[in-house]
Design a protein around this ligand. Structure first.
Ligand code: NG6
Ligand code: CA
Length: 511
């Protein structure tokens, strides 16, 4: 029965008032796999830059599909990018969507439409495996020893196997559906982000116990020889082993695919790689010549390869659309002494772009974006302007599931761009840099709001893009955002600031 009306033709010529010419053509509803890397830079994979690292699996996928050069996440950090990705709403519209601690309550509340709830309505079986970082549980945070609710299952996911926040934040345990996996009830978990709980050593008190030392922050409870952000105790049988995280979550993702191969499924596979702490499995340790940061890029590439291999060997190649992208740009020193700086050599994590994670410059938000759908997407590259906030509306079109008026308030249907049938992408998009400071890309222009704050984030050595003056760059001539031409182009600045004001004040952009 898995049939739907497939939309072709011109979609979204004007982002806010898109007209759609629909040619109905019946095809099978494809499986959808969204692979979301963490902190992977535009220049970190070999099909985007002739750098030091080789990523054969990602390159092969790009060769079989469409490689976007002008695709963007919505924010230069994880939580807001993930919020926008799943809800189709810019995160800066909602308070409390900055980088969350590991004991935060759920920020996407039951009742809010997500890609998962929309696809579930369309008949998909939905799963999330990997990094969550969108909070769990009610106000006050989750009950780690009981039922964890609300969580992914309350916003549309049938299945979840997740890292609650990040690899560097406690608790260092996986959650499967509503419970901490492998928890011994006789050894309950306690988590605190303000003060020490229990008597486990911390990086601050017992640095001699560490196998990886912090460079900044990350000096609280030691788990598996690595000190983290936050304090925890208990739950020994449930603790993850960092060296095995990629193996564990990849095998859960593969299992989800195998178990659901008969009917359409949606898998959101959000890897821990290449976030800190960068602890590669032995198979990858030392293999990149660039230290752990390079090694976990190889590990990420392996994970992508395993997913693709599973799809291809189950003969689902033509029935499955696979997207690979990242939540934000790259950072070299993100808080551990892992030789990333020393061994970087000539590798450029952000490729030709300026800035990186935490930055208003494009290195923070222009990301790799690859889509493969054998038989439906013609291999090639696309320079169309594309935003991850549009994945929701585009997939709803693909699944033949109309978005309700309240769903995806900033998400537009660019299915034709996603599938390479149109090169006419967005006319503009909004990006969130440090804090709530916004940037807009409109046509060739990039405008960055004036803002206080340091120009360089000292610990990570990132150029933040903060400037008390408005910044305007012509990305076509100046991709590296070096030449601020705001004062020479007052009309453009006025048009863009007016547009930004309207986008902010209207509370939504999709009509
Ligand atoms: C920062 C952490 C950094 C990383 C980041 C979140 C410190 C000093 N730095 O606060 O290591 O965890 O938060 O990264 O604690 S993200 O990709 O999940 O947004
Ligand atoms: Ca991230």
């Amino acid at each position: 029965m898995n049939k739907l009306f497939f939309l072709t033709g011109s979609i979204g010529l004007l982002s806010a008032t898109s007209s759609q010419f629909i040619h109905a053509q019946t095809i099978e509803k494809p499986n959808i796999i969204l692979i979301y890397a963490d902190d992977l830079g535009y220049g970190d994979v070999s099909c985007y830059s002739a750098g030091t690292i080789q990523t054969p699996n990602i390159d092969r996928l790009a060769g079989q599909g469409l490689r976007f050069t002008n695709a963007h996440c919505t924010s230069a950090t994880s939580t807001p990018s993930r919020y926008s990705l799943l809800t189709g709403e810019y995160a800066w519209r909602k308070k409390g969507t900055g980088i969350l601690p590991g004991d935060a309550s759920a920020i996407i509340r039951p009742g809010k439409s997500t890609i998962a709830s929309m696809l579930k309505k369309a008949g998909y079986t939905t799963g999330v495996v990997g990094k969550w970082h969108l909070g769990l549980g009610p106000e006050g945070g989750p009950d780690w020893n009981g039922e964890i609710k609300p969580g992914p299952m309350d916003i549309g996911f049938d299945y979840n196997f997740i890292i609650p926040a990040t690899g560097d934040r406690v608790p260092c345990v996986f959650i499967e559906n509503r419970r901490v996996a492998n928890l011994d009830p006789a050894d309950p978990i306690e988590v605190n982000y303000n003060q020490k709980v229990g008597n486990w050593p911390t990086g601050k008190e017992n640095p001699e116990l560490l196998k990886m030392h912090p460079s900044h922050g990350h000096d609280m409870t030691i788990v598996n020889g690595i000190s983290r952000i936050g304090y925890m105790t208990g739950g020994k049988s449930a603790l993850w082993i960092d060296e095995d995280i990629a193996d564990v979550i990849t095998s859960k993702a593969v299992k989800f695919i195998e178990e659901n191969k008969e009917k359409p499924f949606f898998l959101y596979f959000a890897t821990h790689d290449i976030h800190v702490p960068r602890v590669p499995n032995n198979r990858f340790a030392g293999k990149s010549g660039m230290g752990p940061r390079g090694d976990v890029i190889l590990e990420f590439d392996w994970s992508v390869g395993e997913i693709v291999k599973t799809i291809d060997s189950l003969k689902l190649t033509r029935k499955t659309i696979i997207i690979v992208t990242s939540d934000n740009g790259p950072v070299v020193d993100d808080g551990y002494k892992d030789q990333a700086v020393e061994k970087l050599g000539s590798h450029k994590p952000a490729g030709p772009l300026r800035g990186g994670k935490y930055s208003a410059f494009d290195g923070g938000t222009r990301v790799i974006f690859i889509v493969r759908w054998d038989g439906r997407i013609k291999p090639g590259t696309s320079d169309a302007l594309f935003s991850q906030v549009d994945i929701m509306a585009s997939l709803s079109s693909l699944a033949g599931q109309k978005l309700t008026p309240d769903a995806g308030p900033d998400s537009f249907n660019y299915l034709n761009v996603l599938l390479g049938r149109s090169k006419k992408g967005r006319e503009w998009l909004v990006e969130q840099g440090p804090g709530n400071k916004l940037s807009i890309i409109r046509d060739d222009w990039k405008y960055i709001e004036p803002g206080d704050g340091p120009r360089i984030q000292v610990n990570t050595n990132t150029e933040t893009g903060n400037d008390p003056m408005p910044q305007l760059y012509n990305l076509k001539k100046d991709l590296c955002e070096k030449n601020n031409v705001a004062s020479q182009n007052p009309v453009v600045v006025k048009e863009i600031t007016d547009l930004l004001k309207e986008i902010r004040e209207k509370g939504r952009t999709r009509n």
